[in-house]
Design a protein around this ligand. Sequence first.
Ligand code: CAA
Length: 388
Amino acid sequence: MSVGIDEISFYTSNYFLDLKNLAARQQIDSDKYYQGIGQEKMGMPAPDEDVVTMAANAALPLIERVGPDAVSTVMFATETGIDQSKSAGVYVHRLLGLSPRCRVVELKQACYSATAAIQMACALVARQPEKKVLVVASDVARYDLSTPGEATQGCGAVAMLITANPRLVELDPEVGNYTEDVMDFWRPNYRSTALVDGKYSTKIYLKSLKQAWEHFREVSSLAFSDFQHFCYHLPFTRMAQKAHKHLAKVNKSELTPEMLDLQIEDSLSYNRIIGNSYTASMYIGLVSLLENCKQNLSGERVGFFSYGSGCVAEFFSGRVVAGYEQYLHGARHKAMLEARNEVSYEEYLQLYNDVDPVDGGEHQKQQGTTGRFRLAAVSHHKREYIAC
Ligand code: CAA
């Protein structure tokens, strides 16, 4: 029996800022963003949108297919949670009408926790193969204005059904891990924006890749040349290009520009126009690969590198299942991305500054999302979510 990703769907906000406009305001060359970090647009959540509404929107098409009683566990991965105590997944559980007999939990380790969720979900399914686990990863990436991180903001959520005999990607049980206590990127409880030592974070990312890969090589029979495609954690798409060159060098493998393109480029298309979505990023990259690769991926091996600052990293592998293309949501994803509205720099600032009230009063949220769920109000310190 194989275990892995049976279905995958993502959601992002209907608003984006073109980084050309950010560059113009900063009076710098837009190629720094378009070429230098490989990002063109960044998603901005609407005032009535957060990790809960995005996650519910991502998961809805999966639940509409399998039915609300089919899911035995929801694992909600995020590093921009909305409560220190209650799992964001419990709100999603209600919005999707899931069974009271379904367990729900939230997981955190920066951008890595969706991968931990998937591995735990695989273990649950291996034990009880009739179960379906819903893994959702949802984040809003926010940095201070006028910092180097500002252009790497974004938002998005991904939902995956983990099952036995999956229809999309079978995941191999062997994984390579690397953990080290470092301060490359973090967000203390009293801050709504992340703190980051930017250049250091990229160095630690590459170091973790080498270490996780070396562990993977010790436990798996697969070598670099056994992989046709790679999905990397995507804080910005140029990071994946650097990472892939680094991994090829570690393996003393030649990597022509054509090979670089073939092995990672299709996984970058969506993230280039959405921005960073932390826990969801690499998995939106997987959707991008599956939906944008012109050649048929059936039977091909994909290498995954998941990285969460702080840091925990994991290299793992999977094989695309024959017939996968019938079960994708490509048309819907593309229509959603095409229907987004571009915001001006001033509108971007308005969205950026629309932070949650903290006074315990009654606050209706301005309507802005085009998704199926919205945060209607924050009243008496309680978040009120509704279906539209
Ligand atoms: N045309 C083309 N390229 C240009 C250019 C131009 N006009 N101007 C600059 N560039 C290039 C630079 O040469 C540089 O390329 P290299 O990296 O190949 O040297 C690139 O654009 C970026 O320029 P800078 O190095 O000057 O950029 P910066 O210092 O202002 O910011 C950053 C870069 C530090 C990554 C910043 O975006 C940042 O802090 N981001 C947030 C942190 C982050 O994403 N870290 C990634 C690892 S941590 C992680 O992965 C977890 C996570 O999700 C956060």
